[in-house]
Design a protein around this ligand. Structure first.
Ligand code: PMP
Length: 355
């Protein structure tokens, strides 16, 4: 039979999702809260009115306008919607898919930048951070000079390390970059700083956000903000009806209730501080400061602790094998206060077993 599948794809590992039925699920940075029941009922009534027989049309434009307002989009910019920011990563990589082009990002970082690059036959250059997960500015600048990347990805805050980068280092990277610099602000609802001002200052900077961490991970809405002419070009790569009418209406409903989501984000930020303090008090355990809804923590034996927590029905993410700098590290998503209490109890018990 003629070869149908690409050999390079057959050699890749896809994005893995861990089974989680019956577990305290604190592995993928979801917002643990649902909307209150009365709002969910209202949402159900709204969705019942949506014309499922029609292709998505004007409501997508309304959502773009509402998101632009929500994000305080600067004048001269435009906004493009993706089926989650994962789709936008894929589309931006497609836009840069010129033979010989390089995609560059600090590592450890979000795995989809590299996976998308490789799926589209582009070379990916990962520049190691410092051991405490800060940008290695001289190394980043040297790599930019050497590889002249078409796209530099900066997750701000970063995943899985949860920190923001040094602002001076970011600005130096933006000055040096010959192509696009994408500030991926998936975790912006939990962070103390953002990149809106950079968007205003530089026409090669894009800002990517998502409604996933806000509380709509299941709805799949990501958005990209940049100068209008650039967005107009990128938008040509977007599948015409990439946002379902149901997703669009659910997102519009959520934006009408931002106060509820802001209340949830405030609880998550305060729980993050509680988790950090509790982990820091444990012997041999080193949590890293977080600006996101996750905490990265270094432990004496990551595999054993992960397994011990799983046996106690708590699912976290063992990131220790993703990059040498992450040796011994686990990533824990902030859950509800009750889930966090259960998680901490499981962590402590599993730690006792392993030491
Ligand atoms: N960017 C970063 C840094 C992420 O961590 C994630 C999800 N974990 C995404 C983008 C993708 O988010 P989504 O596709 O749900 O919008």
């Amino acid at each position: 039979m003629k070869r149908v599948l690409r050999a390079d794809v057959q050699g890749l590992h896809g994005y893995a999702v861990q089974p989680s039925a019956g577990m305290v699920k604190v592995d993928t940075m979801e917002n643990p809260f649902q909307l209150p029941p009365a709002l969910r009922q209202q949402l159900g009534a709204r969705l019942a009115e949506v014309a499922l027989n029609r292709y998505p049309a004007e409501r997508g434009d309304v959502l773009r306008a509402e998101l632009a307002q929500h994000a305080q989009m600067p004048a001269g910019c435009d906004i493009m919607l993706g089926n989650g920011s994962d789709e936008l990563i894929s589309l931006l990589t497609l836009a840069a898919d010129v033979p010989g082009n390089v995609i560059l990002a600090p590592l450890p970082g979000f795995v989809m930048y590299e996976l998308s690059a490789r799926l589209q036959g582009l070379r990916f250059v990962g520049v190691p951070t410092t051991p405490d997960f800060q940008l290695d500015a001289p190394a980043m600048l040297a790599a930019i000079r050497e590889h002249q990347p078409a796209v530099v990805w900066l997750a701000y805050p970063n995943n899985p390390t949860a920190n923001l980068w040094d602002d001076g280092a970011i600005d130096a990277i933006i000055e040096a970059a010959p192509g696009l610099v994408v500030m991926d602000e998936a975790y912006q609802p939990f962070a103390s700083r953002d990149s809106l001002a950079r968007l205003q200052r530089h026409e090669h900077v894009l800002l990517m956000r998502t409604m996933s961490k806000f509380g709509l991970a299941g709805v799949r809405i990501g958005y990209l903000i940049g100068r209008a002419p650039l967005i107009a070009e990128l938008d040509k790569l977007r599948p015409p009806f990439n946002i379902s009418v149901l997703n669009c209406e659910a997102a519009l409903f959520a934006l009408e209730h931002v106060d509820e989501y802001a209340r949830q984000a405030a609880i998550i930020r305060s729980e993050r501080a509680r988790i950090f303090a509790a982990l820091q008090a444990l012997p041999g355990v080193q949590p890293f400061p977080s600006e996101a809804n996750m905490v990265l923590v270094r432990v004496p034996d990551a595999a054993a602790l992960f397994a011990g927590m799983k046996a106690r029905q708590v699912l976290i993410k063992n990131v220790s094998g993703l990059h040498p700098l992450l040796a011994g590290c686990l990533r824990i998503t902030v859950g509800t206060p009750e889930e966090n209490t259960q998680m901490l109890a499981a962590f402590e018990a599993a730690l006792k077993d392993t030491t």
